[in-house]
Design a binder for this molecule. Structure first.
Ligand code: NAP
Length: 325
């Protein structure tokens, strides 16, 4: 059954933290994989899941940095993964599958935002490749372990999906690059991925969600000039946060942890969440609350799945990937 894209009145909100949404939830015996789980929201997600008893695998592009960041957090393992390199994705998945373990929670959290034009692999635009294609290949390769876990796959998207839908006629920005359009497309892809994975995986007992975590000052803004952030009203000239709506990293991690673990979402999936609830649809222009229709459109979700399978050469659902059932 399709889950309506409407609030459910979770009782949590923008100021809830990851620990708040985990109150009373015991994750002992469960295994989570959190990409980018060593910086910003990912690090808070790793810490909170581990505190609730989960074993957490943190696949990292910079292994030493990750080991230092999660050092001292019990139950956390660091491995290597560069999402912009499909061979690295394959190697990580093979190492994980070789352990024979199941995975109950996958949080596709790693990401890059508004970087200068960068090409990876066979010339792919780096935000689409890292934020979407790398996670697409990762989940498809890990599918046997995910299916055994019968759990949830969570895509950390962004209100930035409202910058752009999928540019079907120029997905790789070969006709001119715009860093925000490219981030928007990649974050729309994260939502569409969750829509199609939920459709494909629900019969196996696996559900998928996407979400906007809120606005949080983290190393994600590394590619933005200070002047750009001052102009946007995010920080003052001295780098202090100005926007009262900004969340702390603990609050920013809450929606992804809620989507990954909350019993309030039992039997649901394929929806975009924000502020620890399912979000409402919006037709509004600019970045703000709500999800745009192009990001939750089942037909575009199926089309993106087929394109991603073709580009990456990986597909755990070859028989049905083109369908939008
Ligand atoms: N912060 C916000 O306001 C905000 C708002 C909306 C959405 N989001 C989303 O939230 C997620 C987490 O962001 P954050 O704010 O926590 O940013 P962050 O602190 O910069 O963390 C991003 C993580 O992704 C990792 N990563 C980047 N490229 C990678 C690659 N090629 N392979 C593997 N890992 C890679 C980074 O690793 P390195 O440190 O080694 O580079 C880092 O650990 C992102 O998907 C972002 O789009 C954030």
């Amino acid at each position: 059954m399709t889950t309506p894209q409407h609030k459910i009145g979770s009782g949590f909100g923008a100021r809830s933290t990851a620990d708040d949404v985990l109150q009373g939830i015991d994750l002992s015996g469960k295994l989570a994989i959190v990409t980018g789980g060593y910086s910003g929201l990912g690090l808070e997600t790793t810490r909170a899941l581990a505190r609730a008893g989960a074993r957490v695998v943190v696949p990292a592009r910079r292994r030493e940095v990750a080991e230092e960041a999660v050092g001292g957090v019990g139950g956390v393992e660091v491995d290597e993964l560069d999402l912009a390199d499909l061979q690295s994705v394959r190697r990580f998945a093979e190492r994980f599958l070789a352990t024979g373990r199941s995975v109950e929670i996958v949080i596709n959290n790693a990401g890059v935002m508004a970087c200068p034009e960068t090409r990876v692999g066979p010339g792919w635009e780096a935000q689409f490749a890292t934020n979407h294609l790398g996670h697409f290949a990762l989940v498809n390769r890990l599918w046997p372990a995910i299916a055994r876990g019968r759990g949830r796959v969570v895509s950390v998207s962004s209100a930035g999906h409202r910058h752009a839908g999928i540019r079907w006629d120029d997905v790789q920005f070969e006709r001119g690059y715009d860093k925000w359009q490219a981030y928007g497309q990649a974050k729309t892809a994260n939502v569409l991925f969750a829509v199609q994975l939920d459709a494909l995986g629900r019969d196996a007992g696996v559900r998928a969600f996407a979400l906007h975590p809120g606005g949080i000052l983290t190393p994600l803004q590394r590619h933005l000039a200070k002047e750009e952030m001052v102009e946007a009203g995010w920080i003052d000239e001295d780098g202090n946060a100005l926007n009262p709506e900004f969340k702390t990293p603990e609050q920013g991690a809450a929606t992804q942890v809620w989507a990954a673990t909350s019993p309030q979402l039992a039997g649901m999936g394929g929806v975009y969440c924000e502020d620890c609830d399912i979000a409402e649809p919006t037709t509004g222009a600019g970045v703000g609350p709500g999800v745009r229709d192009y990001a939750i459109d089942p037909e575009q979700a199926a089309r993106l799945w087929a394109l991603s399978a073709e580009l990456t050469g990986v597909n755990a659902f070859p028989a049905v990937a083109g369908s939008s059932r």
